[in-house]
Design a protein around this ligand. Structure first.
Ligand code: PEP
Length: 253
C-alpha cells in the first residue's frame, strides 16, 4: 500500500554501543518531534537487528535488514536468509542496493530471487534501482532503470507488486553530496510509475511507494518530498545523525 516512508540505511557503520546509543537518540527525537503519518524504518547491520528491533518495537517504528540471501536455506556460510529474518520479526529489507550490485556482483537475476524470498517470508523488499553517472551522461538512465525494474520485479503478480517498495537511487548521488534535483527525481519517479502503470494498471501503480535515495538530507528533503511521485526517502549518511534523520521524517508538506 502506498505510504509516506523514510528508511535509514546505516550501512557498515557503528560498533554495538554506538548503535544502541543512536537507536535511543532516534527514540528521543521521535518522542519530541513525532513522525506524523510517516512510516519510519531503520535498516541496521544484521548483527544489531535483535537489539534495534527490540528498541524500535517498543517505540512505534520498524527495523529492516540491509540484505538477505538469494537462497532459502542450507550450506551458504555467512548468509542470512529471509526465513531467519522473519523468525526474528524483521519486516523489511533493502534489496539490490547499488553497493551490493557493485561490490558483491548482484545481478537483476539474483536480486529478483531475493525479492521472491523476501515476499515469501512476509518481508517488504525495498528494491533499489538507479543509473551510474556515465549512463546518465549518455542519456541512458531511463533505459537502465526500465531494465532493472522489469528484470527484477515484473515477474510478480498484481498483489505481490503492491507489497514492494521501490527506491530510486541514482548511483552518482549516493554518498557524494550531489543530490538529484527535485525535477530529476520527479521525472524518474513518474517514469517508474508509468512503467508500473503499463504493466499492472493505474490502480496498482498508484498503490506503490517510490522513495528517493542519494545524498538526501535535512536541508533538501522537503523539496524532494514535495513532488507528487516521491513518497519518501532511503537515507544513508544522514540517518546516522538522529536529529537529521527525524527532521527528514518530518519533511513532508
Ligand atoms: C544509500 O546508501 O542508500 C544512500 C542513499 O546513501 P546517502 O544518503 O549517504 O547518499
Amino acid at each position: 500500500m502506498r505510504k509516506k516512508i523514510v528508511a535509514g540505511n546505516w550501512k557498515m557503520n557503528k560498533n554495538f554501543q554506538d548503535a544502541e546509543d543512536l537507536m535511543f537518540e532516534i527514540v528521543d527525537e521521535l518522542t519530541e518531534k513525532g513522525a506524523g503519518e510517516t512510516e519510519v524504518i531503520v535498516c541496521t547491520p544484521a548483527v544489531y537487528l535483535e537489539m534495534s528491533s527490540d528498541i524500535a518495537a517498543e517505540n512505534g517504528f520498524m527495523v529492516g535488514a540491509q540484505n538477505l540471501s538469494q537462497w532459502e536455506s542450507g550450506a551458504y556460510t555467512g548468509e542470512i536468509s529471509a526465513a531467519m529474518l522473519h523468525s526474528m520479526g524483521i519486516t523489511h529489507s533493502i534489496v539490490g542496493h547499488s553497493e551490493r550490485r557493485t561490490y558483491f556482483g548482484e545481478t537483476d537475476k539474483i536480486i529478483s530471487a531475493k525479492v521472491d524470498l523476501a515476499l515469501k517470508y512476509s518481508i517488504t523488499p525495498i528494491y533499489c534501482c538507479g543509473e551510474v553517472l556515465a549512463e546518465r551522461q549518455a542519456e541512458k538512465h531511463f533505459d537502465v532503470v526500465r531494465s532493472q525494474v522489469s528484470e527484477a520485479l515484473f515477474h510478480l503478480g498484481k498483489e505481490a507488486i503492491t507489497e514492494v517498495v521501490i527506491a530510486y537511487e541514482p548511483v552518482w548521488a549516493i554518498g557524494t553530496g550531489v543530490t538529484a534535483s527535485s525535477a530529476q527525481a520527479q521525472e524518474m519517479h513518474a517514469f517508474i510509475r508509468s512503467l508500473l502503470t503499463e504493466k499492472y494498471g493505474a490502480d496498482v501503480s498508484a498503490e506503490i511507494s517510490i522513495l528517493y535515495g542519494g545524498s538526501c538530507n535535512a536541508k533538501n528533503a522537503a523539496e524532494l518530498f514535495a513532488n507528487p511521485d516521491v513518497d519518501g526517502g532511503l537515507i544513508g549518511g544522514a540517518s546516522l545523525i538522529a536529529a537529521d534523520f527525524v527532521s527528514i521524517v518530518n519533511s513532508f508538506s
